[in-house]
Design a binder for this molecule. Structure first.
Ligand code: ADP
Ligand code: MG
Length: 723
């Protein structure tokens, strides 16, 4: 089979692109015509609406054209950077373009040349000025419609690209390519195009580069975003299918006696969402195909109960469960919770962390090996070589994104069937950090997902306010009142010890001060550097209501569950990330009492959060003030974890979302992971439907898809080996 993509020829093939230019294109990673046509513009300038200079509006981003009259070396700007003003006129007025730190202006903008400029207009002391602009000098001879008087594509070019590559050169080459290949084959069958109202491929390619209108651009973009997601989801679909056909899993008998007994023993009834997800898990586990399921649920949605049901099914079938948590505190808490929940059923639990003492550890491991422990809870200690199960059939991984792929695989390796032979276990991944749906589908597209999209009844949204130091007295008396009413409070600091460099309040120091503020109450201190036993004692005392106010660092961030706690006070809240703030806030509002989250911030930020000024007018989006304000404002506005995760993604971008890049985030060329969720979903639906009917892409109508698929993933191992 010929796998050569039809656009896979060197750019040199194009008229006007010789050897030298081809070399320059290579600096942009463009070797073939396909590379060129998929080098999408980063922006467009609407040069079809050129405004007369006299009508340019203050504060707006506008386009005008005119003649360069000359340059004045105006003055020195602050910090000694030279300021040059370039005067441009179109006969209706004068504009001054402000350049900082440039000296060869006569070369950059030669006088008497015609120039197009798009930029932010500022009317200042009687002058019309432009800052933050892009410009293009128009060669008088060249009057074609590629660069002017239309919507013009702007391609990504950064500082590392040689100056010899310009916008015009790319535009010309792209235009050539489009003219040369008017009938590129469309990989998508007509029925998909019709069903999803997508434009055809050649039209989409033309209009992404050289649209005649905004509508054309939008249609083109939708089609190309679809393609990008479609191919990615196809890859997931194929690898899922491969697992389904090749890997033999465990088929559990799900008669649910234990699960029923467990559910009956709970002091509450399950939410509809919990029941639905439990059913999805049961259905997975009853299939011979290994389960690979991700359960999303906002903080407090009750994932633990759901995971416990899965463990009980394994247990009933004679299999052990490994339950891996990211932190020691969380593992301990899960252990305590499960011990409590499972007390009526005779289930044996074990807890293994790095601080489990040797003697205890040895006997625990022996019991695990003998099959005497049904559920082993722990941290990444679970994946150590010494841990050997008798018959491990289910792996539950909490807060998946904190573990790498390697750790997931290492845990899977430990699975054994009843003859102690390796077997592919069922996997249940839980995440309390809500991942935006788009990100989940691009990251974990090979996992089935379940969403617990409902909180237990009687939960009231946590009332969230942003305050500064000035309100401290009021806040303390509020806390006092709540504690007198029988409630408990958390006070969280970013550090343990006071730091010399940054002037931050720290938990250990404030603990002493707070004892004087609240002499009548019991205070506890919790931080990561305490011994496990001390931490345990403090936590247990807080559970048992022997401590009224828990002063802490962020070690309490994940999972801790004391439903009587109603106040979460976070100091220096602007320093925390959104996911962390949401997790911290999730520690309250877990019972029937009204709960409060108080975000203490710098006065400037607190004032901005509480003002009605729209966020984008506040400051430059790259500044810490802007980011801090946006985060705290979002916290005050919503309790919805998915909404919060989306804002987080917007502020940080997908690469940073998890703090590391180890997660194999696919690089997207055109799709935007935050905004294109709808297209992603239709693309996923179409891709999975296609794989279902034609798993090896043998259908004659699917040959173009297969070709493109191989072409797109030619550099990525594994995925290409289909069929
Ligand atoms: P998370 O999803 O954050 O892990 P948990 O599983 O820790 O949530 O549950 C949060 C709290 O809600 C726990 O105290 C749990 O016992 C309780 N809970 C779970 N499901 C329900 C329910 N259906 N009704 C009432 N309370 C519930
Ligand atoms: Mg939990």
């Amino acid at each position: 089979m010929n796998l050569l993509h039809e656009l896979d020829m060197p750019v040199q093939f194009l008229k006007g692109v010789g050897e030298a230019k081809a070399k320059r294109f290579e600096c942009l990673g463009i070797k073939t015509i396909y590379d060129l046509l998929t080098y999408y513009p980063r922006d467009y300038q609407d040069r079809s609406k050129v405004k007369p200079i006299f009508s340019l509006q203050d504060g707006q981003r506008e386009t005008f054209s005119g003649m360069v009259l000359g340059h004045t070396n105006a003055a020195f700007h602050r910090k000694g950077i030279k300021l040059t003003k370039t005067c441009v006129s179109d006969g209706t007025g004068y504009v001054y373009i402000l350049f900082f730190g440039k000296s060869n202006m006569d070369k950059i903008l030669p006088p008497r040349n015609k120039v197009f400029v798009t930029g932010r207009i500022r009317r200042y002391r009687g002058e019309i000025q432009v800052t933050d602009f892009e410009y293009e000098v128009i060669d008088e001879k060249e009057r074609d419609l590629l660069h002017t008087n239309r919507i013009v594509p702007i391609y990504p070019l950064n500082e590392s690209v040689p100056a010899s590559i310009g916008q015009r050169m790319i535009r010309q080459a792209v235009n050539q390519a489009i003219e040369n290949f008017p009938d590129i084959k469309d990989m998508l069958p007509t029925e998909i195009l019709l069903r999803q109202q997508l434009s055809d491929y050649p039209t989409a390619l033309k209009n992404i580069h050289l649209p005649e209108s905004h509508e054309e651009y939008k249609k083109a973009r939708k089609r190309l975003v679809f393609d990008e997601f479609f191919l990615l989801q196809l890859a997931f679909g194929i690898s899922q299918k491969k697992i389904a056909t090749k890997e033999k899993g465990i088929r559990y008998f799900v008669h649910g006696k234990m699960v029923d007994a467990f559910i009956d023993s709970l002091p509450f009834t399950l939410t509809k969402a919990q029941k639905r997800v439990i059913n999805e898990i049961m259905s997975d586990m009853s299939q011979p195909v290994p389960m690979n399921r991700l359960v999303h649920g906002d903080v407090g949605s009750g994932k633990t109960v759901v995971a416990t049901c899965a463990a009980l099914i394994a247990c009933e079938n004679g299999y052990q469960t490994a339950f891996m948590s990211p932190t020691e505190i969380l593992a301990e808490q899960h252990f305590m919770t499960l011990e409590h929940l499972l007390a009526p059923l005779k289930i044996r639990l074990g807890l293994l962390t790095s601080s489990t003492k040797k003697r205890q550890r040895d006997s625990l491991l022996a019991m695990v090996n003998e099959g005497e422990i049904n559920i082993l809870i722990g941290t990444h200690s679970l994946i150590q070589d010494a841990v050997a199960f008798k018959q491990l059939g289910l792996c539950i991984i909490d807060e998946q994104h904190r573990f790498g792929v390697v750790q997931r695989a290492a845990l899977k390796e430990k699975a054994r069937d009843k003859n102690n032979q390796p077997v592919t276990p069922d996997i249940l991944v839980m995440t309390a950090t809500p991942i935006p749906r788009t990100l989940a589908l691009t990251l974990y597209g090979d996992l089935e997902t379940s969403v617990i999209d409902e909180l237990p009844p009687n939960r009231q949204p946590v009332i969230t306010r942003c305050r500064s130091e000035q309100s401290m007295d009021k806040i303390f008396s509020f806390i006092r009142q709540e504690v007198l009413d029988g409630r408990q409070a958390y006070i969280v600091y970013p550090l343990i010890e006071e730091s010399e460099e940054i002037n931050l309040k720290a938990a250990a120091v404030m603990f002493e001060e707070l004892k004087n503020v609240f002499p009548e109450f019991q205070l506890g201190l919790l931080h990561g550097q305490m011994k496990v036993q001390e931490k345990d004692e403090t936590m247990t005392a807080f559970y048992n209501h022997q401590i009224n106010i828990l002063v802490s660092t962020t070690v309490i961030e994940v999972g801790i569950d004391v439903s009587n706690a109603t106040i979460m006070l976070i100091e220096h809240a602007e320093r925390f990330g959104l996911a962390q703030l949401h997790q911290l806030r999730g520690r309250v509002g877990r019972g029937a009492h009204k709960s409060y989250c108080i975000l203490m911030a710098d006065k400037k930020i607190a004032d901005l959060v509480n003002s009605n000024t729209p966020i984008n007018l506040i400051d430059d989006p790259t500044t810490t003030v802007f980011k801090g304000t946006k985060r705290l404002k979002t916290m005050c506005e919503t309790n919805d974890g998915f909404r919060i995760a989306e804002v987080d993604l917007e502020i940080r971008g997908p690469g940073e979302f998890f703090g590391t890049r180890q997660h194999g985030m696919p690089e997207l060329r055109i799709a935007n992971i935050v905004y294109d969720v709808q297209v992603l979903e239709i693309a996923r639906k179409e891709a999975f439907a296609l794989i279902k009917n034609d798993p090896f892409l043998t259908d004659i109508d699917h040959q173009a898809i297969k070709q493109t698929f191989f072409y797109e993933f030619r550099d990525r191992l594994e995925l290409g080996r289909v069929g």
